[in-house]
Design a protein around this ligand. Structure first.
Ligand code: UDP
Length: 430
């Protein structure tokens, strides 16, 4: 009989802790996805050890994520946040620390699941060191970013291609990511499975919505919402210019735009003093400081009333592997105006739950936002459809899919060449 410890999954997430606050630094959808995966596996009786690098000396060496799910902070490199380029130098030490820990605890893992390319480099060593299969999730891909016109990290792209070719299975977050893996990385389609993330925010309570409305002084005013880590790829600059145009419509003069989130690592390097400072400068020069509020990062569990209060949520990203914010807004019955990039067309049904915009011309965003703000009926109709659509995504589905991938990959009698059932092919993806 297998001991419970023998069934544990080693989750490698070197720089993204599932227990960190979202919306600032590098912390966003990936952290939340790892958290929900571990919680869901715990509910299904599958233990996990999540290995992250300690970046804060005050945190305990071990924390509990859920019953049977441990967060293990490894002392590799200085106990403070370091740029991702510096993390790459620490990956061999990180893999050694995982192996040393596993040996000391006599822990036998069933497989390794790595999140992000940096963790993939660790998992590749662990596959040999632990003698387990290796499942890889990328969450974002350098060549997808480059294809969207963002600066190209050549080294990262080359390493991702190697990892995509070597991992036993790849879990993509959207069909768009699956397509990118096929086309830009020449990954083998039978190794790629798609498991979309979900949404977990309870419907906002009317009392909480009213409290946020009061706090922001929005009584009788319309609200446009943006949420996400602040960095150029999230496209908030496009939104600022769109708001300037919307605000020039006398019928929409009461509109307020609320931006939630703080500078990410890339955001901190943007402009002179970071992305938030840069955006605040743009807002001031556009003469719309009274229309735009920067609220900073807000805890994930407190976001629902902001989404519910919004008349429109705008996601003008240059690239988006999935687009959780668009899903979360829809779950609160708020239509979304989003860029037609990455996974967003899988999240937002164009013309039904919001509008998808080709390109990043602020006038196109302004027109779509204004049309929605002018038409209460359309907004209500789309909001209802948005809520229904969001209900079709769920963390349980993601966890079940990933668990079935684990089951296949860790059953030697099932050949790896056999598709996992959620695979993508160029044919089916067009
Ligand atoms: N988020 C948050 N607080 C903030 C800003 C963002 O909790 O202040 C969360 C947001 O609710 C979402 C995640 O961070 O769950 C962002 O995920 P998304 O897929 O939109 O973007 P990513 O950060 O993965 O690029």
């Amino acid at each position: 009989m297998t001991e419970p410890a023998a069934r544990a999954i080693a989750v490698v997430s070197v720089h993204a802790s599932p227990l960190s606050d979202l919306g600032r630094g590098e912390n966003g959808g990936m952290n939340l996805g790892v958290l929900r995966l571990c919680e869901g596996l715990a509910e299904r009786g599958v233990p996990t050890d999540v290995f992250v690098r300690r970046d804060d000396p005050d945190l305990p060496a071990e924390r509990q994520i859920a019953p049977g799910s441990r967060l293990i902070l490894l002392d590799v490199g200085p106990p403070q946040p370091v740029p991702k380029d510096a993390v790459i130098q620490m990956l061999d030490g990180f893999a050694d620390a995982v192996l040393e820990r596993a040996a000391r605890e006599e822990r036998i893992y069933r497989l390794v699941h790595a999140h992000y390319w940096l963790s993939g480099l660790v998992a590749r060593r662990l596959r040999d060191g632990l003698g387990t299969p290796w499942v890889q999730s990328f969450h974002s891909l350098a060549r997808m970013r480059a294809a969207a016109g963002l600066p190209f990290d050549f080294q990262r792209g080359a390493i991702e291609e190697e990892l995509a070719g070597q991992a036993d299975r790849i879990v993509a977050m959207s069909r768009a990511e699956g397509r990118a893996l096929l086309r830009l990385y020449r990954a083998r389609s039978e190794r790629i499975c798609v498991a979309e993330p979900g949404v977990d925010l309870e419907s906002a309570r009317p009392a909480d919505i009213a409290a946020v409305r009061r706090k922001l002084g929005l009584q009788g005013r319309r609200m446009i919402l943006f949420a996400g880590r602040l960095e150029p790829l999230k496209g908030a600059e496009t939104l600022v210019e769109a708001i300037r145009q919307v605000a020039s419509d006398p019928d929409l003069a009461d509109t307020v735009c609320v931006l939630i989130g703080d500078d990410s690592g890339d955001g901190a390097r943007s402009g002179d003093g970071g992305e938030r400072r840069r955006l605040e400068g743009l807002v001031a020069s556009a003469g719309i400081s009274d229309r735009v509020r920067f609220l900073g990062a807000i805890p994930h569990t407190a976001l629902a009333p902001y989404y519910a209060l919004a008349d429109v949520c705008v996601v003008p990203s240059r690239v988006e592997t999935f687009g959780l914010v668009a899903l979360e807004a829809q779950a609160q019955g708020t239509p979304v105006v989003a860029a037609r990039v990455g996974g967003l067309p899988e999240v937002v049904a164009d013309g039904e739950t919001g509008h998808l915009i080709d390109g990043h011309d602020p006038s196109d965003y302004a027109a779509a936002i204004a049309a929605l703000l002018h038409d209460d009926d359309a907004r209500r109709r789309m909001g209802d459809a948005a809520r229904r659509r969001a209900a079709t995504f769920g963390w349980d589905r993601m966890v079940d899919r990933i668990l079935s991938i684990y089951n296949r990959v860790s059953s030697p009698e099932i050949p790896l060449e056999l598709p996992c059932g959620y695979e993508v092919s160029l044919g089916s993806l067009g």
